[in-house]
Design a protein around this ligand. Structure first.
Ligand SMILES: Nc1ncnc2c1ncn2[C@@H]1O[C@H](COP(=O)(O)OP(=O)(O)O)[C@@H](O)[C@H]1O
Ligand SMILES: [Mg+2]
Length: 373
């Protein structure tokens, strides 16, 4: 079975009558910690919810539970400040306590199947995985429609995908993770004849080391051809991607929920990067909703375009021109384990401009919920 959103020819609000509605499963995977899996997972979850999709999330990194803590912080923000925010239906799958490998694997298979069953009403399931090879991670890869692998923009991180010759930048052999994705692709095809798409995104891109950036681009493009993945445009190194963990918020909440009056050029560019990642999924219904949203944001478009152009030329900490946003919160707060609100994102209207420094506390920081510093 394939998620109906995954079917390229399907461009409708409901699945074709003869096909069951099955969630499109996206796993964030990379056998390396600190590459941006949890950050990307949280931004994808928020972006999809804000496009009005029903989203489920699964944390199989039960040791670190970073995604679960991100979502706990989000729930605390809702409770403490009364802010309306959409939440996914979230499940943590822990490691089996059984010692015998076969028993443990069967137990984890059952847990995973139960989680999928509980989330079958969702349009999307986003899975955050650990930075190491586990049975659960392999299983989750084999059940996914899309694998997204964030890699930090350095050759150390590229080593997780393939061994590269330092002299001529030629690819010597694929890495264990690449082989694992390939194996799970085969497992999936054998199980139900469906395919798994692999997308690699470079993360924490910076303008500082242009030479490294050029080399990375060349090698990742070559790898994409050789190993069989698609390249996503990626996320830049941005304060906004990392500073709101304690509030459980993302740049999309700040911009769409009206939780901030001041929006920097970096916010606008970051939101665009998240949307560009969504577009890489090549799911017509996602593209349609993004376009619809853009239409609603039409009054912002001119300044957005200018912002994106200017933004690439300014450093992350440079003072940037901002616009104000008057948007009524349009999302619904839900209880901890309930379904995400299918909320239409709020329309944003620029009203005035001011100057703020991106690295300084932003307006939303001043309205941080009680008890969060
Ligand atoms: N694009 C980015 N810009 C700035 N910081 C980032 C970005 N992506 C990730 N980070 C930060 O890098 C660290 C590792 O990211 P994380 O998502 O936890 O990685 P993983 O889940 O792969 O271990 C975190 O501190 C996170 O806030
Ligand atoms: Mg993580």
């Amino acid at each position: 079975m394939v998620g109906w959103f995954g079917k390229k020819e399907t461009d409708a609000d409901s699945p074709p009558a003869d096909e069951p509605h099955v969630p499109h499963i996206i796993i964030l995977g990379n056998e390396k910690g600190g590459s941006g899996k949890t950050t990307t997972a949280m931004h994808l979850i928020t972006a999809l919810m804000r496009l009005g999709f029903k989203v489920g999330s699964i944390d199989i990194d039960a040791r670190q539970r970073s995604l679960s803590r991100y979502l706990e912080n989000r729930r605390n923000t809702i409770t403490d400040s009364g802010t309306s925010l959409p939440l996914p239906t979230h499940i943590v799958i822990t490691k089996s306590p059984f010692n015998v490998m076969e028993d443990a694997e069967e137990d984890e298979r059952e847990r995973f199947d139960q989680a999928r069953e509980r989330l079958k009403h969702c349009d999307f399931i986003v899975i955050d995985s650990p930075g190491n090879d586990t049975y659960l991670s392999r299983l989750a890869h084999s059940h996914s429609n899309t694998v997204i692998t964030p890699i930090n923009d350095s050759f150390v991180d590229l080593d997780v995908l393939a061994t590269v010759n330092g002299k001529d930048l030629k690819i010597i052999r694929p890495s264990v993770y690449s082989e694992m994705v390939w194996e799970q692709k085969l497992v999936k095809a054998k199980r139900d004849g469906s395919s798994l798409e692999w997308i690699v995104m470079r993360n924490r891109l910076s303008n500082i080391d242009a030479r490294n950036k050029r080399f990375m681009k060349k090698v990742t493009e070559e790898l994409a051809r050789r190993i069989g993945f698609r390249l996503a445009p990626g996320f830049s190194e941005r304060v906004i991607f990392r500073e709101m963990f304690l509030q459980g918020l993302t740049v999309l909440d700040v911009m769409d929920n009206g939780t901030s009056r001041s929006v920097t050029l970096s916010h606008i560019a970051a939101r665009q990067e998240v949307r560009d990642l969504l577009k890489t999924l090549r799911i017509p219904e996602v593209d349609r909703r993004i376009n619809e949203l853009k239409q609603k944001e039409q009054p912002d478009d001119e300044s957005d375009t200018q912002a994106s152009t200017k933004e690439s030329a300014v450093s992350e900490t440079a003072p940037t021109a901002t616009k104000s946003e008057a948007a009524a919160p349009s999302t619904t707060s839900t209880s901890a384990s309930s379904t995400a609100a299918s909320a239409a994102p709020a329309r944003t209207t620029p009203t005035s401009t001011s100057m703020v420094q991106d690295s300084s506390p932003l307006d939303y920081a001043a309205r941080r919920p009680v008890g969060v510093n």
